[in-house]
Design a protein around this ligand. Structure first.
Ligand SMILES: Cc1cc2nc3c(=O)[nH]c(=O)nc-3n(C[C@H](O)[C@H](O)[C@H](O)COP(=O)(O)O)c2cc1C
Length: 208
């Protein structure tokens, strides 16, 4: 897919801050790249398969085998999810903070697509190889929260949101990562925080 794939993890529709910022981003992207396709993939739309049989298939593949039966079907379903993700040259993720981390649908997405031979290889001596590296892909991520914010101490929670997700992106080999942040905190100026996030979204969209 020549263009931008927006993968979103908020189910809050019109109330969602990350989806609102994502619209600012995609509107700007569309202005700068009028010929490009912009696709929205809502991870809450039911398109993610269960990975119960997939987990068995994964370890079969890891051991050098070929998944069959229910495992084979789960492996094929996971591959279709990976192919949709892998087809995009430009990626936008919108990622709310949930309980200090990311919404479970995003973790489900990660667990479905992160497979040996697709995302990673591993060598017993030298460790992981990152199979999406060197493909000129660019990634932008919108991070939102309501209580936690960078200037606040541990009484307001921890950040396992961007630390976890950026680490996963880098592990896949996607290292060209731009962040757009909206962390107004409970005492902050929400309008000012929105304006700052929107300005960053426009700047990053122009650079993609
Ligand atoms: C299930 C759930 C868990 C949340 N956990 C946290 C949290 O741990 N820390 C925090 O600062 N905000 C937390 N929030 C607030 C959201 O991060 C905040 O509302 C953010 O704007 C969500 O993104 P969205 O507006 O795009 O849905 C939580 C919200 C929900 C719905």
């Amino acid at each position: 897919m020549a263009g931008l794939l927006h993968i979103s993890a908020s189910p809050r529709e019109a109330a969602s801050e990350s989806l609102r910022i994502a619209r600012v981003f995609t509107d700007t992207y569309q202005e700068v790249h009028p010929g490009d396709e912009v696709e929205h993939w809502d991870l809450w739309d039911g398109s993610l398969p269960s990975f119960a049989d997939g987990a068995k298939a994964k370890m079969t593949v890891f051991g050098g085998g070929q998944p069959e039966g229910a495992e084979g079907l789960a492996w094929d379903a996971a591959r279709r999810v990976f192919d949709r993700f892998d087809a995009a040259e430009r990626l936008l993720f919108s990622v709310p903070m949930w309980n200090a981390s990311v919404p479970y649908v995003l973790k489900q997405f990660i667990d479905v697509v992160s497979q040996p031979g697709w995302i990673f290889a591993v060598d017993p001596d030298s460790g992981y190889r990152h199979l999406l590296a060197g493909r000129d892909k660019k990634v932008a991520v919108i991070y939102t929260s309501a209580v936690w914010g960078p200037p606040l101490g541990p009484a307001f929670g921890s950040n396992f949101q961007s630390t976890f997700f950026n680490d996963w992106l880098r592990w896949t080999g996607l290292t060209d990562i731009s962040e757009i942040r909206f962390h107004p905190t409970l005492t902050g100026d929400r309008d000012q925080a929105r304006q700052r996030a929107d300005a960053t979204a426009r700047d990053v969209a122009k650079s993609m």
